[in-house]
Design a protein around this ligand. Sequence first.
Ligand code: BGC
Length: 377
Amino acid sequence: MTVTAHEILFQHSLSVILNNQQPGGAYLACPTMPDYQFSWFRDGAYIAYALTLDGERVSLAYKASMAAQWESAARFHNWCAGVINRRAEKLERCIERAANGLPPIPTDTLNARYRADGEEGPDDWPEFQLDGPGTWLWSLAEFVRRTHLRPLPLAWEQAASLTARYLAALWQTPCYDCWEERGDDVHISTLGAIYAGLQAAQRLVPALDLGNTAQQIRTYVLEHGLTPGGELAKSVGLDMVDANLLSVSVPHGLLSPDDPIMRRTVARIERELCAPTGGVHRHLDDVYYGGGAWVLLALWLAWYYLEIGNVQHADELIRWSEAQTDSTLNLPEQVNSAMLAPAHYEVWVERRGPIANPLLWSHAMYLIARLRRATFS
Ligand code: BGC
C-alpha cells in the first residue's frame, strides 16, 4: 500500500496537535508566536472535535475503546471545565446582574485565551467573546455522544451547566467576534455558536431548561440578522458577509446547509471573499497581516460543500490548502499570496512576528475536512 501525500499530512497534523498539548490539557494556538502561546476555547473546541472524530475512526477500525485522540480531547475538556468551574462565583455574578438588567462587570466574564496553567493571560487582549464557550459546549457534547461516555464527570456537568446559563444570560450583550474584532456589535456567527452551545448543554444536562432561549436566538437571527439581500449578515445591522457565517450551519446547525439563506450567504462569500489564487478571506475590511487568505476557512468551506454533497468543489479547496504547507508540512493561519490590504502586512509582522505557523486550528480543520471527505470514497 502506498502512503499518499495527504495521509502524510494527516498524520503530521495529528502530531502537531498532540505535540503541542500541554501537560494540563490546554492546546497552544500556535507554539511559535508569543501572542498565540495560549489556549482558546474556540480553537481548542475545533481541535478536540477533530480528535474526537479521528478517535472514533480508530476505535471502530481497531475495536479499541480509548484512542490517544480521545484521551487528548478528554484532557482538553477537563482543562476547560477546570478553568470555568474555578470562576463560578464571577460567572454567577454575571448571570445575576443580567437577570437584574445590568451588564456584566468586565473582569467577571470569561476570557478568550488562557495560559496553559489556566490563569488569565496579559490584559491587552479583546477578551470578551461569547462564541468560544458556545463552541466548546458543542464540542464537549460531540465528544460525549461519540465516545458514549456516561455518566458525565461531575466537573464537566457543572461546567456545562454554568457555561450554558452564562451564555443564556448574556447572548444579547455585544462582544468581540471569533476574529476578536468589533466588540460593540452583536455577531450572527456568535449567536450561532451560542445557539449550538445551549442545545448541546441541554443534551448533556437534561435538567437545564434552555430550549426556549435557543429558539429565541434562532428567531432573533432570522428577524434581525439578515442583509437587505437576504443573506446572513456579519453582525446585526451590517450589509456585509463574513466567512465565519459558514459556522451558522456547519457545524452549529442554526440553519441547515441547504437552507436558501445559507445558500445565498455562501454565494456572496464565494463572490466577495474567495481569493482568485485560492483560499478564503475573513471579510472585506480585514487588515490583519494584510488580510490574507485563511487556510482554515478554505477547509471550512470544503466542509460546508461536503455537507451539501459538492465533492468536486470541496476537493479543490482541500487541494489548495494542502499546497499551503511549508517545507516541514506545517500549515499557517493565513497566506499572503492574496491580500486585501497589503499595506498593513509589515505593520503586523513588526508587531507580532511572522504569520502564525503552525496554527493548530488549521491542522484541526484539515483533519475534519479529510475525515468528512473519506465518507464519500
Ligand atoms: C484569530 C482568532 C483565533 C486566535 C488564535 C486570532 O488572530 O482571529 O480566531 O482564535 O487568533 O488562533
